[in-house]
Design a protein around this ligand. Structure first.
Ligand code: ADP
Ligand code: MG
Length: 578
């Protein structure tokens, strides 16, 4: 049956429009915060009661609304931020559609108190479901206070759709912290049911706001991104070190010209920068502010204004990926002296033994991974502590891992690197008397020749302390029940022979302590051999482990684990530089 066409009544139209802008309490908070920021506020207080349905109040010390114009804000498309369609091409304010206040007031009881800077006295207006019910003159400081009560009282369907108080508060908290992050120069305070939930001090420093949002401990693991960028796209903010990650993308926060945006492509640019640095399914924390000419971005895409369109999306995408990647490779942590020294880091050695040798010292040339044509200066610049992050490219000769670093090419000796990794973790466990043993599925009996058996008997106590569970089994036989977990890959025979193998084949000095000697030998045995083909994953894991070592650039015998060929060196070799 045909229904006659009729123009919708104004009250229905405004409810429909309100539905687009005011989805939930957090969207009210968002719109009111944007208005306060557009008004140039330096301090903004937000009070939320009952998950936002009871009361949302935002007060600011901005320019206020002139008494002649206060009524207008309840009308749709009333805005002071746009004059003509041409202005849409270069929007610098957060609001511009003139829809928020009219939409919010259509679905709530609103109370507006405001005084503009040029006036002596302020104005108070009350409205219910968008209709002004009350007007008064009030004395109030310069600025605006908008109180929204009984949100959605006339939209029961929307009320049913909302989640719990706690869930709405969490959303409000997230929206709130986004604006605090985007405007570090503004002081923000948030109260939930009279309890202060959050405050930023408006010092102007993004890292201060980050501490307020995430806590100091997390912020210590953030790296500053600061790139002027090409094509006029500046990328600034903070991203987490790969050691800090989340199981979802929710803490990737993006701002374009101070406006919070949701953009899956830009989010992808950030996660792509972490390629090979984070495991599958892990995501960084990131707060990235993109600044570009307003002419190059269209914000008028969606009523909630969280989507934008770029004139040159690839420029923006590439700038973000490049700047974040560069930051990660440089790994300059906030308040993080250990890593901030790269590439001029001092020689700091915290493992007591063995003393680190620099390349060139006590290194037999035959053993060196070094190629003749790699000048020694390019290698000795390597810091003893704190490796930069390395991106695995692949394996050569089943012995060396090729990787990209911030400043050149790295070749890593897989055996030496693994030896270093095993050595440090075994040493650390032994020093804290917390060596983990791995019990064998079945005890294994090993029979040795007389001399070796004598040797082993002398070491039984030390071996026990190092996680071996070995017992004499009559004659020259021994039962092996458990092995140290670090050397999981070795068979019981290999492990025992490794312990006993005390011929000093490489000519380096052995440490004096019995346990130290055993650790060194066992690690040498257990480390992955040259000649083993490693999967991409194995190569990555090895490099991640090596990065965590205190002395990553030498093996426990002091030989290099890696050599670096700087970009300058490559340029010289290719005749691109004199
Ligand atoms: P828009 O922000 O898109 O212009 P709104 O409905 O949010 O639309 O606000 C309408 C107008 O009301 C704004 O253009 C501004 O002139 C005025 N206004 C709203 N909130 C404030 C405030 N906190 N301080 C000063 N003026 C405000
Ligand atoms: Mg607005």
């Amino acid at each position: 049956m045909a229904v006659p066409i009729a123009i919708l009544h104004q009250s229905v139209v405004s409810k429909i429009a309100a539905g687009e802008v005011v989805e939930r309490p957090a969207s009210v908070v968002k719109e009111l915060l944007e208005n306060a920021l557009d008004a140039g506020a330096s301090s903004i207080n937000v009070t939320v009661n009952g998950g936002g349905l009871q009361l949302i109040r935002v007060s600011d010390d901005g320019i206020g609304i002139h008494s002649d114009e206060a009524e207008l804000v309840f009308m749709r498309h009333a805005t002071s931020k746009l004059c003509s369609a041409r202005d849409l091409d270069s929007i610098k304010t957060l609001g511009f559609r003139g829809e928020a206040l009219s939409s919010i007031s259509a679905v709530s009881h609103m109370d507006l108190v405001t005084r503009s800077s040029g006036e002596e006295i302020g104005t108070r207006l009350r409205a219910a479901a968008g209709e002004i019910t009350d007007r008064a003159i009030v004395s109030t400081p310069c600025g605006t206070i908008v109180s929204v009560e009984n949100l959605f009282f006339n939209l029961p369907a929307r009320l049913k759709f909302l989640k719990s108080d706690a869930a709405e508060k969490a959303r409000i908290g997230r929206v709130f912290s986004r604006y605090a992050l985007a405007f570090p120069g503004v002081r923000f305070r948030l109260h939930f049911d009279k309890r202060q939930k959050f405050q930023s001090l408006g010092t102007g420093s993004l890292s201060d706001v980050l501490v307020a949002v995430y806590g100091a401990e997390t912020v210590e693991q953030l790296l500053e991104v600061s790139g002027r960028g090409r094509h006029g796209v500046a990328v600034n903010g903070y991203v987490s070190m790969p050691s800090l990650s989340r199981s979802n993308r929710r803490e990737i926060t993006l701002f374009v010209n101070g406006r919070y945006v949701q953009d899956s492509r830009l989010t992808l640019a950030i996660t792509r920068a972490y390629h090979t640095l984070l495991m599958k399914g892990r995501y960084p924390i990131a707060v990235i502010c993109i600044t570009l000419s307003p002419v190059d971005v269209d914000v008028n895409v969606h009523p909630a204004k969280t989507e934008v369109r770029f004139r040159e999306p690839n420029h923006v995408f590439n700038s973000i990926e490049r700047e974040v990647r560069r930051t990660l490779l440089n790994q300059r942590a906030l308040n993080h002296p250990m890593t901030s020294g790269w590439p001029h880091s001092e020689v700091v050695e915290s493992v007591d033994w063995p003393a680190p040798f620099f390349f060139g010292n006590s290194v037999e040339s035959d053993d060196l991974v070094t190629e003749d044509n790699v000048e020694s200066e390019t290698q000795t610049e390597l810091p003893v502590t704190g490796l930069p992050l390395l991106r695995v490219i692949g394996q050569v000769g089943a012995a060396y891992i090729v990787a990209e670093g911030p400043d050149g090419l790295y070749l890593i000796d897989q055996h030496a690197a693994h030896e270093r990794v095993l050595y440090e973790s075994y040493m650390a466990a032994a020093q804290s008397a917390r060596v983990e043993s791995q019990t064998l599925m079945e005890a294994v009996t090993v029979t040795l020749d007389y001399e070796a058996a004598e040797d082993l008997r002398r070491h039984l106590d030390a071996l026990y302390a190092l996680g071996f569970r070995v017992e004499p089994f009559g004659g020259d036989s021994f039962v092996v029940r458990a092995l140290p977990a670090v050397i999981g890959a070795l068979t019981p025979e290999q492990a025992l022979l490794g312990v006993l193998e005390h011929e000093n084949s490489h000519g380096y000095e052995l440490p004096p302590g019995e346990e130290d000697r055993i650790i060194l030998r066992v690690c040498k045995r257990a480390a992955v051999r040259a000649g083993r083909v490693l999967s991409q994953k194995e190569q990555e894991v090895l490099l991640r482990q090596l990065e965590k070592c205190q002395s990553p650039v030498t093996c426990p015998h002091g030989r290099p684990t890696m050599i670096r060929i700087s970009v300058e060196h490559l340029e010289k070799k290719f005749g691109r530089r004199g």
